[in-house]
Design a protein. Structure first.
Length: 293
């Protein structure tokens, strides 16, 4: 793929774990001038052979690049690595996984040191980086001017989605999607547990499960509509009263199959609380109001 449409000024990349290395290789393939640094210098050697410049210190790497990208272990690592580094006039993009509050604090920290700041939440695993057809992308939030100035370069490793000036929004979107994924994993795990001891071939059951979850995914649009309108009964086909009644069958089946229901019962308990409060004609959107403190 050609990437001639963006300004190929020097990028400094700090952190060469699996994700950092994947980012580096994507930029190198695109002809991006790149200086890399890693706490364990040996991680940089293969990239040097592929055309990257290496820096002995984080400060030297930052000095080499106008755009500084950090992809480290955690937020504390970012603070440690950049503690004594001059960031004046730099554009700092933080692709280290963290929380919204950490991103907001880090943005203030960077601005106090004279840098523009952009936080990123990577919605991809390393093999997806540099492969447009993989569908991987990165949420970005913070300085819009920084994002606009470097959008072309940032789009080389993965797609870009700017989600707002609030520096915490990239992490918020990232964690919200990952949390939904975790809930899906829980449901998939329970489903496979139910068939585990039966004469049901997991490989035959998997496509049925994928098709069903795909068909159910638009549930999210209905939930968004309810939250927007405030009418949690709009368009509801299976109401809360009906679903709570049906939960007994799910629990009884789990017991018959010798499967713990611990992945299901927390959500079911919230459904029961909402029903007890007199909201039987709603769908499950009201559970969200029980979760928000």
């Amino acid at each position: 793929m050609e990437h001639d449409a963006f300004d190929k000024s020097e990028i400094a990349l700090l952190g060469l774990g699996d994700m950092g290395t994947a980012l580096a290789r994507a930029w190198l393939v695109a002809g991006q001038p790149l200086t890399v640094w890693n706490r364990s210098a040996g991680r940089a050697e293969p990239l040097a052979a592929e055309g990257a410049k290496t820096a002995e210190t984080a400060a030297a790497a930052v000095a080499a690049g106008g755009l500084v990208v950090v992809c480290l272990l955690d937020d504390a690592s970012v603070g440690e690595v950049l503690a004594d580094v001059d960031l004046t006039g730099k554009d700092l993009v933080n692709l280290t996984t963290g929380t919204p509050a950490q991103a907001r604090a880090r943005a203030k920290w960077a601005e106090e040191r004279g840098a523009r700041f952009l936080d990123g939440g990577i919605m991809a695993v390393p093999p997806m980086i540099g492969t447009p057809e993989s569908g991987g992308y990165v949420f970005y939030s913070g300085s819009r001017a920084l994002f606009d100035a470097h959008r072309g370069a940032l789009a080389v490793p993965a797609g870009t989605r700017y989600v707002g000036a609030d520096p915490g929004f990239a992490a918020l979107h990232d964690v919200a999607l990952l949390s939904a994924m975790t809930g899906m994993f829980a449901g998939v795990s329970h489903a496979f547990a139910l068939i585990r001891k039966e004469d049901v071939v997991p490989a035959d059951f998997a496509p049925l499960l994928v098709d069903w979850l795909t068909a159910m995914a638009p549930y999210a649009y209905g939930t968004a509509g309810h939250l927007t309108s405030g009418d949690y009964t709009e368009g509801v086909v299976s109401n809360l009263a009906m679903m709570v009644e049906g939960n007994s069958t799910l629990l009884r089946t789990a017991e018959e199959q010798g499967v713990s229901a611990e992945l299901l019962t927390p959500f079911m308990a919230l459904m029961e609380r909402r029903l007890a409060a007199g909201h039987g004609e709603e769908g499950t959107t009201g559970v969200i109001d029980l979760l928000v403190r």
